[in-house]
Ligand binder design. Structure first.
Ligand SMILES: [Zn+2]
Length: 246
């Protein structure tokens, strides 16, 4: 069985916060965990992270992980026109490639996993080779996912998978039975989002959906660590998405 661990590196809980605690603190924890097991992951980074926290891009690159794109500042692309989307994705690719000093970034993931219908045309025109935006739950609604020569890698759509209080064990077992699983997480899941929400004294605390704060921080790190241990014991192979293309 093959497992791709993928991480969206972006501002904290997009749509709610504009901070980067997940990048400054959470990313370091994630990189350390992967180092401990000598696993390489795929990191979908926004242009804003490259602009405001360039060290983060350089560190991911230095550690030999795959870097991919995740839009300019986590925009809801399905609300934008073709030209607006193309401009944002192109800016994202340029700034990331500039930071990595390379020109071969081939992967893209749409924020909120809500791709516009013309996405694949844009990705082809900008030199991408794969997309990972259409979740396993939604794949039946899309036809010709390899249209324009872009390979689709469907991520499992339950990003809270390891943070659910009761079902995580069963879900983990289920994942370990699959031939290929693309799991996706966020840098901010590795920090205690509840304490940030309280610390910032945000006015509408109750409006934060439960999946944005339950078992984030240390609990998340423990759960993902346990999963990796289980997977290694079952002889899983951890891969990056660009390895699947090659
Ligand atoms: Zn995202």
């Amino acid at each position: 069985m093959k497992i791709a661990l993928t991480f969206d590196i972006e501002r904290d809980i997009p749509n709610y916060l504009n901070t980067f605690f997940g990048v400054k603190i959470g990313l370091i924890k994630i990189l350390k965990l992967l180092d401990n097991y000598t696993i390489k992951g795929t990191f979908f980074c926004t242009g804003k992270v490259a602009e405001q926290q360039p060290w983060a891009i350089q560190l991911i690159e230095k550690k030999g992980h795959e870097i991919a794109c995740h839009s300019s500042n986590h925009e809801r692309l399905s609300n934008l026109s073709y030209n607006e989307c193309k401009k944002l994705i192109s800016m994202n690719k340029k700034i990331i490639e500039n930071e990595c000093r390379r020109s071969d970034i081939i992967g893209f993931r749409t924020p909120y996993l809500k791709p516009p219908h013309f996405l694949f045309r844009i990705l082809r025109d900008l030199g991408f080779k794969y997309d990972s935006s259409i979740s396993t739950r939604k794949r039946i609604h899309y036809y010709n996912t390899n249209l324009y020569g872009i390979q689709e890698f469907h991520p499992l759509d339950i990003y809270t998978i390891f943070r659910l209080p009761f079902s995580s064990f069963l879900l983990r077992k289920w994942i370990l039975k699959k031939k290929l699983s693309i799991l996706y997480f966020h840098s901010w899941e590795a920090i205690c989002t509840r304490s940030i929400i309280y610390h910032l004294n945000l006015p509408r605390k109750s409006s934060f959906r439960i999946d944005r704060w339950i078992n984030t921080g240390d609990n998340f790190m423990i759960r993902i660590n346990n999963f990796i241990k289980d997977a290694i014991a079952k002889k899983a192979e951890f891969i990056t998405l660009n390895q699947l293309i090659n």
